[in-house]
Design a protein around this ligand. Structure first.
Ligand SMILES: [Zn+2]
Length: 410
């Protein structure tokens, strides 16, 4: 893969050209297959960005890699020299020959939050009340039709701004380099393109994301039911974690030790709660009928110990998967919801509740923080996460931590 960045009037343009061994079909680090549709995209920085073409080449290299990685097989050639530290991670963790090499390593000091307006990132914002937000705003691509026009990035951006926090909005069409299954991040880390390209401007030394217990330790959506201390996407010693650390921008998961029940509670107790939105499509409010609305309503109703509020039926298309036996994506939260919602037998989750047989006791671990998730926070930010979790959540007992570590085996 050959990569070229050009900077013009606040916009970074990325072009990448395949080498003979590269392929048009590739795999995201989470295992999803995707097809390359086009080889250009851009990232539009806010007017306040001043470093422009002077940004550190390791940041440009990692930003390009979040887009180009799925289609690259053996080598990547950047348009400016990267640090030996970064090249070494490409070689040892990715089995990719990366160069040219010749830059000094970069460092920074501040923490920014990659903010989506969802409950998980709002919980992160509560842990770090002074950290600035960077919001990734999807925009259309000049050469690729939008096959998913319902996504309302503008609404989620407005909600982020309305929090009153320091919000930087970065617009990009990079999700359209994919054609299948639909526009989306080539790698999950592409959401950090703006954070990477602004890291020198903002003196960033780390970036925090809202990935929670399920995504970090329980296999997330696609590695269903498997304890994943070695998660290649989010473990500090995973290949993505090591790459970001080498670029002087380590990944921080402040809520990596708590479930979505906890992030939901923290978001609803936060002074930002009026600006939370997990639905990607509604304008005035959540649509109430998409799969995400149904899933998050299950969690919210469970947290509030009240009946489920939904017009969806077991026969609704978005509820179909809950009529089948487990495993389910996000199964720990389905168990939690089924255990805590009065009248679950009269909801689209009735069949799942019968299969899972979860109880308040069997799901109590999902209300506490898994301590190893605190231990892996980089040192400058660990203390604040630790104090917050001890005060606001409480730590898992050894038996509860065992539930995390045997997930998928019983
Ligand atoms: Zn919705």
């Amino acid at each position: 893969m050959r990569v070229e960045w050009t900077f013009d009037d606040g916009v970074w343009h990325l072009a990448f050209l395949l080498d003979p061994e590269d392929e048009l079909t590739g795999l995201c680090s989470d295992g999803a297959s995707m097809e390359l549709r086009t080889n250009t995209c851009q990232v539009r920085l806010p007017g306040t960005a001043t470093s422009g073409p002077g940004v550190h080449p390791d940041l440009l290299a990692v930003a390009a890699w979040t887009v180009a990685a799925p289609w690259t097989r053996k080598r990547v050639t950047f348009d400016r020299p990267i640090s030996p530290r970064l090249a070494e991670v490409f070689r040892t963790d990715w089995d990719v020959d990366a160069g040219p090499v010749g830059a000094d390593p970069r460092e920074g000091t501040r923490l920014a939050i990659s903010y989506s307006s969802g409950a998980d990132s709002m919980a992160v914002a509560d842990v770090f009340p002074d950290a600035p937000f960077i919001y990734f705003h999807r925009e259309s691509h000049p050469r690729v039709p939008n096959r998913w026009p319902n996504y309302r990035a503008d609404v989620l951006a407005r909600l982020a701004v309305e929090t009153g926090r320091d919000v930087t909005i970065v617009k990009s069409d990079l999700e359209f380099v994919l054609s299948r299954p639909r526009p989306g991040y080539p790698e999950h880390h592409a959401v950090l393109a703006g954070a990477l390209l602004l890291a020198d401007d903002m003196d960033l030394g780390a970036v925090a994301l809202g990935y929670e217990l399920g995504s970090r330790w329980l296999g997330g959506d696609r590695y269903i039911l498997r304890y994943t201390p070695d998660n290649p996407m989010w473990a500090p010693e995973g290949r993505w974690g090591r790459l970001f650390t080498a670029a002087g921008l380590p990944l921080v998961l402040p809520v990596g030790g708590v479930s979505e029940a906890v992030t939901m509670r923290l978001a609803l107790e936060s002074d930002l709660r009026d600006h939370v939105r997990w639905c990607l499509t509604g304008s005035d409010g959540p649509c109430g009928v998409c799969g995400k609305c149904l899933y998050k309503e299950l969690i919210q109703a469970a947290v509030e110990r009240r009946p489920l509020r939904t017009t969806l039926k077991a026969t609704s298309a978005v509820a179909r998967k809950w009529q089948e036996p487990p495993p389910y994506g996000g199964q720990e939260m389905i168990e939690y919801g089924c255990a805590h919602i009065p009248g679950i037998e009269d909801t689209p989750f009735a069949a799942a509740a019968r299969y899972l047989q979860a109880t308040e006791a069997s799901t109590a671990w999902l209300e506490r923080c898994y301590p190893p998730a605190i231990d892996e926070i980089p040192e400058p930010w660990r203390k604040q996460v630790d104090a917050y979790m001890v005060d606001r959540v409480g730590l898992m007992t050894d038996d509860q931590a065992q539930r995390v570590e045997t997930w998928g085996t019983r």
